[in-house]
Design a protein around this ligand. Structure first.
Ligand SMILES: NC(=O)c1ccc[n+]([C@@H]2O[C@H](COP(=O)([O-])OP(=O)(O)OC[C@H]3O[C@@H](n4cnc5c(N)ncnc54)[C@H](O)[C@@H]3O)[C@@H](O)[C@H]2O)c1
Length: 334
């Protein structure tokens, strides 16, 4: 298929580009590089430096490249920033998606795979979280994605040929097995890279927020899914989606790891000490966030390959240890 990947210069998008090409699809990337990196996009992949707001430019791209489906990863992703700058998040993530969908309407592109988030569940009413669990976001980031989900439902109702798959990701982690592409956020807010930065001495220490949660070791439990497993589900969805179908899936491993367990696993993988400080709880952190992803397994035939936390951390370590400054070093060389 001819597939447009938005946000292909970002962490997950760059892994999607790689897998799609390996599977024989023709890939085109759209990214404004606000947080993404040109270096993450292979030179022989057609790249358009376009903002999601540029509806006409996107429509032209879709038509010229005869795009058949869109994987929409492009977004701003920082929860804290979204609380400070809600309008920016609604503009970029929600209005940006409207612009993209408008361009798709104009050009008759009818297949859409959307990166939503566990943040749409807020502090969930049940554990594990099912696709049917009530969605009650607790920050503008989560709401900006929830709004897109709602818009997609309305669009599919209005246009009976329009098909979408919504994936609600839990914590995406790791890097491609050869360590050549990986996570390079600035600032980095995710736990595994930050633990590894502390192991490398790039960060003074890792702060663990809260040791009195109702969990076996008192620290929060989260669900981690390897980036290549996550992306594989997108390929299944894009090729399986039939005209007019609307699908929803959680993507997580279904296994929870506490922050302390993550630290132990990282120590084993890196064979280094990880300076750690234990501090008070952070506001808005639920004790346990765990996905039930049986639906994706059953309906898409999705089989995550990475079931062991140490194996996930090992891939991230391979990337960070060889790219201590993320893509910066690559940038300077060019
Ligand atoms: N990383 C996670 O754990 C996680 C969890 C849940 C959901 N998600 C979702 O997955 C998607 C990808 O996340 P990521 O970790 O790869 O983020 P990322 O920041 O690495 O990548 C996002 C990409 O989108 C681009 N982008 C942002 N706004 C744009 C705009 N207006 N126009 C064009 N390009 C734009 C950025 O330049 C960047 O390349 C996001 O939609 C995010 O909400 C990620």
């Amino acid at each position: 298929m001819n597939i447009l990947v938005t946000g292909g210069g970002g962490y997950i998008g760059s892994h999607a580009v790689r897998q799609l090409r390996e599977a024989g699809h023709a890939v085109v990337v759209l990214d404004n590089l606000v947080t993404g990196r040109r270096e993450a996009i292979p030179n022989d992949v057609p790249f358009y430096k376009i903002d999601l707001a540029e509806t006409e430019a996107i429509a032209q791209l879709l038509a010229n490249r005869r795009i058949e489906g869109v994987m929409h990863f492009a977004a701003l992703i920082q929860v804290g920033e979204s609380v400070q700058k809600p309008l920016l998040y609604y503009k970029n993530n929600t209005a940006g998606a409207i612009s993209l969908l408008t361009a798709m309407r104009q050009t008759g592109v009818k297949k859409f795979v959307f990166s939503s988030t566990a943040a749409t569940y807020g502090e969930p009413e049940e554990t594990p979280i099912y696709e049917t669990t009530a969605q009650k976001p607790i920050n503008p980031y989560g709401w900006s994605k929830w709004c897109v989900e709602q818009i997609l439902r309305n669009e599919a109702y209005a246009d009976r040929d329009f098909a979408f798959t919504i994936f609600r990701y839990f914590n995406v982690a790791g890097a491609t097995a050869d360590g050549s592409i990986g996570e390079s956020h600035d600032p980095e807010t995710h736990l595994i890279p930050n633990i590894l930065f502390a192991a490398m001495g790039k960060k003074e220490k890792i702060s663990v927020f809260g040791t009195d949660y109702p969990t076996p070791d008192g620290t929060c439990i989260r669900d981690y899914v390897h980036v290549d497993d996550l992306v594989a589900a997108h390929l299944f969805a894009m090729t399986a989606m039939k005209s007019g179908e609307t699908r929803y899936y959680n993507l997580g491993s279904g296994s929870g790891y506490s922050v302390k367990e993550m630290l132990d696993a990282a120590k084993t993988v890196t064979k280094r000490e990880i300076p750690t400080e234990y501090v008070a709880r952070r506001e808005g952190d639920p004790a346990i966030l765990l996905a039930n992803s049986d639906k994706a397994k059953k309906e898409l035939g999705w089989k995550p390959q990475y079931t062991d936390m140490a194996a996930i951390i090992e891939t991230a370590w391979r990337w960070h240890a060889t790219h201590p400054a993320g893509y910066e070093k690559t940038k300077r060389r060019q």
